[in-house]
Design a protein around this ligand. Structure first.
Ligand SMILES: C[S@@+](CC[C@H](N)C(=O)[O-])C[C@H]1O[C@@H](n2cnc3c(N)ncnc32)[C@H](O)[C@@H]1O
Length: 211
């Protein structure tokens, strides 16, 4: 368990340069990856170690790739995001839904109905992470696993102030706080899984499971 070293956060920490509705920013499909090929491969390799055949997986804040290893045979993969064209193009999703989590953090999903939840390179865009992490705790089965990944790239106008002004190490601690504050997660762990530091995009993960 990582102990929080961050002071309490204020509304100003979750301010953004662009406070226009997120639907506007995400209305143009971006059929691209947001980290380089090596970092994508490192994330898939991590998923290969932690996801299991038969899992019901929620890919929250998804787009046109979910980074799932080809060898994995999940029972069902439900995607969530902001742009229908991106999610339609994602061949790893069985179904998807659109929802602005900054307006409506409550997920339209049943309690204890997933084995795993993934948030890939997107957590910096949440203005109410406490509500979203509580919801992740609600929809996971006991023992359900979460992987939040991030690199050092972002859409700066849409990332919250605390993210824009914090280092990679600070980002890890911040996400660990999101888990710890939800009070339903165990084994909160921060790891650097950068494939080749200095030569590729860095990649960090914060993982936990539901107690
Ligand atoms: C950098 S992309 C990452 C997409 C994907 N997870 C990946 O690995 O390529 C950021 C994603 O965050 C999600 N996102 C941003 N703002 C959001 C919001 N207000 N509500 C829900 N999702 C949001 C969208 O799905 C968007 O595609």
């Amino acid at each position: 368990m990582t102990d929080s070293e961050n002071p309490p956060l204020s509304d100003a920490d979750f301010a953004r340069v662009d406070e226009m509705p997120d639907e506007l920013f995400y209305s143009t499909p971006r059929l691209v990856t947001h980290i380089d090929e090596s970092a994508c491969a490192a994330l898939s390799a991590h998923y290969a170690k932690t996801l299991r055949t038969g899992d019901r997986i929620l890919d929250l804040m998804s787009s046109y790739v979910s980074h799932l290893p080809k060898s994995l045979a999940p029972k069902r993969v439900i995607g969530h995001g902001m742009n229908a064209t991106e999610l339609e193009a994602n061949r790893q999703l069985d179904e998807y839904f659109l929802q602005n989590l900054n307006k409506t953090p409550v997920l339209p999903l049943e309690d204890a109905s997933f084995n795993a939840c993934l948030i890939a390179v997107s957590v910096q865009y949440l203005v109410n992470p406490a509500a979203v992490f509580n919801e992740i705790g609600r929809i996971l089965r006991p023992g359900g696993r979460v992987t939040v990944s991030f690199s050092n790239r972002m859409f700066p106008t849409k990332a919250v102030a605390i993210w824009r002004t914090t280092s990679d190490t600070g980002h890890g601690r911040l996400v660990a706080d999101y888990f710890n504050n939800a009070q339903c997660f165990e084994d909160v762990t921060i790891a650097d899984i950068s494939p080749s530091p200095g030569r590729t995009d860095p990649l960090f993960i914060v993982t936990a499971h539901k107690g």
